[in-house]
Every structure is written in structure tokens, then in C-alpha cells.
Design a protein around this ligand. Structure first.
Ligand SMILES: Cc1ncc(COP(=O)(O)O)c(C=O)c1O
Length: 398
């Protein structure tokens, strides 16, 4: 959004601004309720409880799930991924993930590999960030217990062919759970837990769903909870006469006070997404993406990464522009043009290795949001064109 010399294009990290309704919901919860949900019987506590229930119902509705109790609230995407990964794998198990995945998948898996003898196969990607399906089919084995797949890359925006990958898992690994990391896709395009044969789906609440930071969610397919150990245990306000964690959902995985303020905002964010519709938000994103790819593609010295076809990616664009270092370029864009973007490795070292930028300091990343305008896209393209001209626009071979 272009506001007081600030063009925010770091929506892949967290979306900003949020819809007005999100700010209002957060403020209202703090001022008018302010109490703990799921515990008390007094009027305000009951209303607080309803706020959390409403957030859960809205998320379930957006993802077309039948039972909202199958959605566990977490504190961010990483928290949800940790529950899925560390809750499902046991010592000696075999897991598969991909080079497109984020450190919030890669690091829990690396930890289990190093401390519990979990065997992990990491499937490579091509230079556009697409998972190599043949290598994936080789990695998935009858003994595989968990397959963690990124849906949309936070580096190149590349969308993976998730149904095809899941089909391979189902054919070859009858006992495997499939976990999809939808951090960069949920809220960006139509998504349903019915459209895929998925067991676990994790996402932050503060990106495409437009909730505040400190929110995240994990969808658990009915029955999969029997294979998923809770990571955090404690008071839930339910079955308080027992010192054993309740087995029912969502309490099994949600001890302690909720981020109820955040969930009030998340409910409003999801309502906004539903009202606009994910299909319309996707059209907006595609229009911006198309303009960005066209505009940036013509700048001397600028190399774009990821698929050329906007339909195969989300609104996340990585590039380098010689002779600038990514951090230098991101600093110049902010200080001279008010454009705020991310630079570096974006917590995805294997994707940077796949596109050839790991050893070079990574890329600069532009990520659009629902409030990004065509005028802002033009401003970015024009600013980069100017910087390229000033430094001589050195063309580099791809
Ligand atoms: C693909 C992907 N997965 C997981 C995460 C982690 O999400 P969070 O920052 O909410 O923990 C991110 C965040 O950037 C991401 O882009």
C-alpha cells in the first residue's frame, strides 16, 4: 500500500495493512472482553469463548471442512508445522520433504534426524522451483511415515502440483501422512481440504488470512489425531478434574490461554477473505504478477527467478539486479523510493541452492498483498529501472 512514503511489498512475511474490520475486532476484544476464553461462566467469558469458536468456524468454512474441531490454533505457521512434524514422527521413522520447503519444515526434520534417527529424504527442485516428480517418486517408500510438501514457495512463488505428489504418496506409501504447508497460498487462491487427499495442512493466520501476528492453524483430517502426539500439555478449561490431557479436539493440542485477541482479528480477516472470495483475490494477484513480471523482465541487469507463467505461481517474486547485492538493493529501494521488500535467503536455503542464489546472498523478494495497487507495481518497476540506469545496467547471462 502507498501511504506516507511507504510501499509495503513484504506480504509474504506478514500481510499489511489488514482490513479495518481486523483492527476493530482486535481493539474491541481488548477493550470490551479482555478475559480468558473457554474457562469462566460469566457473561464476558462466554462471549470470549464465542469469539474463538467463531474464528474456528470461519476457518473451517473457508477450507470446506465439516468439523471445525479439526482445526487447531497455533501461534504461527512454524508452530503448526512443528506440531504436525514432531507430533507424528517417531525414532527411526522415514520422512520425505522437498527443496522447496521452508526452514520451519526443514529444521524440525533436521532436528529429528540428528536426535532421533529419523531418516529424511529431501527431493530436489528444478531451476524454476518445481519439485522433481521422478525423484519424489523414488524417495517415497512403503516405509515412509510423513511427507511434507510446500504448496507455494516463499522464494519463487512456485506452485507445486500437490494432487500429483499426493497421488504418488498414496500409491507407494500406504502408512504415510501427507502434510501440506500452505503458508503462501491460503487466502491467496481457492483452497479446500476436500480438493486434496491431505492429512495435515498448516498455515499462519497472519499472512493470506489477514489476521494479526501470533496466529496460525493446523488442519487435522478426522482420525489422524490418533497418530499425532501433542507437543504442549496443560490446562484447557475442560475435564479439569483430571491431570491427564483431554483426548478430544481441539483441547488435546490447545493447552493454556489462547491468543484470543489475535483470534478475534483472525475471524475478521477470514470473513474479509470470504466476502471478497479467494477467486477474486487470486485474480487481483494474477493481474499484479503479470504486470510485475512484464515490467521487471525488461530491465537491463535484472534476473527473475521462478516460473515465467503467472498461473504457476503466487504473488512472490525473487530477482537479482547486477551489480547490486540484495541487501544493498533492498536498502536503496526503501530509502530512496519508500519500497519495502525482503532480501537474503528467506529461510529457504534449499530453494536458493536450486535456483543458484545460495552462495550469492540470495535474492530481493517482492510480495504483493490484497491491498497492493497497480500504481505501486508501476512505481517499483520504474524505481528499479532508474537504479539500473544509474549503475550502467550490466546485463548478466542467466
Ligand atoms: C512457506 C512458509 N512456511 C512456513 C512459514 C512460517 O510461518 P510463520 O512465520 O508464521 O511461522 C513461512 C513464513 O514465512 C513460509 O513462507
Amino acid at each position: 500500500m502507498m501511504e506516507s512514503n511507504r510501499v509495503y511489498l513484504d506480504n509474504a512475511a506478514t500481510t499489511w495493512p489488514k482490513p479495518e474490520s481486523v483492527y476493530r475486532a482486535v481493539d474491541q476484544y481488548q477493550r470490551e472482553l479482555g478475559c480468558s476464553p473457554g474457562r469462566g461462566v460469566y457473561r464476558h467469558a462466554t462471549r470470549a469463548d464465542q469469539v474463538v469458536a467463531q474464528a474456528r468456524d470461519r476457518v473451517a468454512q473457508l477450507l470446506e471442512a465439516e468439523d471445525s474441531r479439526q482445526f487447531i490454533f497455533a501461534f504461527n505457521g512454524s508452530d503448526a508445522l512443528n506440531l504436525a512434524i514432531r507430533g507424528s514422527l517417531r525414532p527411526g521413522d522415514h520422512a520425505v520433504t522437498t527443496a522447496a520447503d521452508h526452514n520451519s519444515v526443514l529444521r524440525p526434520l533436521r532436528f529429528l534426524e540428528e536426535t532421533q534417527g529419523v531418516a529424511v529424504d529431501r527431493v530436489p527442485c528444478d531451476a524454476a522451483g518445481r519439485v522433481d516428480a521422478a525423484a519424489f517418486a523414488q524417495a517415497v517408500q512403503a516405509k515412509t511415515r510423513l511427507v511434507a510438501i510446500n504448496h507455494a514457495s516463499n522464494v519463487t512463488g512456485t506452485l507445486q502440483d500437490v494432487p500429483r505428489l499426493i497421488e504418488i504418496v498414496r500409491r507407494q506409501a500406504p502408512d504415510a501422512l501427507v502434510l501440506v504447508d500452505a503458508a503462501q497460498s491460503l487466502g491467496h487462491l481457492p483452497l479446500s481440504v476436500r480438493q486434496w487427499d491431505v492429512d495435515l495442512l498448516a498455515a499462519p493466520g497472519h499472512k493470506g488470512l489477514l489476521g494479526p501476528m501470533g496466529t496460525g492453524l493446523l488442519y487435522i483430517r478426522p482420525g489422524v489425531e490418533d497418530r499425532l502426539a501433542p507437543l504442549r500439555l496443560g490446562g484447557t478449561g475442560s475435564q479439569s478434574n483430571e491431570d491427564r490431557q483431554p483426548a478430544m479436539l481441539p483441547d488435546k493440542y490447545e493447552p493454556g490461554n489462547h491468543n484470543a485477541v489475535g483470534l478475534a482479528g483472525l475471524a475478521a480477516g477470514v470473513a474479509w477473505v470470504e466476502e471478497r472470495t479467494p477467486a477474486a483475490l487470486r485474480r487481483h494477484e494474477l493481474a499484479l504478477l503479470t504486470a510485475l513480471l512484464e515490467g521487471l523482465g525488461g530491465i537491463p541487469g535484472l534476473t527473475l527467478y521462478g516460473p515465467h507463467d503467472p498461473a504457476q505461481r503466487v504473488g512472490v517474486i525473487s530477482f537479482r539486479m547486477e551489480p547490486f547485492e540484495p541487501h544493498e538493493l533492498a536498502t536503496l529501494l526503501d530509502l530512496r523510493f519508500g519500497i519495502q521488500v525482503r532480501s537474503g535467503i528467506h529461510c529457504a536455503p534449499r530453494m536458493h541452492a536450486a535456483i543458484g542464489t545460495l552462495e550469492k546472498g540470495g535474492t530481493v523478494r517482492i510480495s504483493t498483498g490484497p491491498f497492493t495497487t497497480p500504481a505501486e507495481v508501476e512505481h517499483v518497476v520504474e524505481s528499479l529501472r532508474q537504479l539500473s540506469r544509474e549503475r550502467g545496467g550490466i546485463a548478466v547471462p542467466v
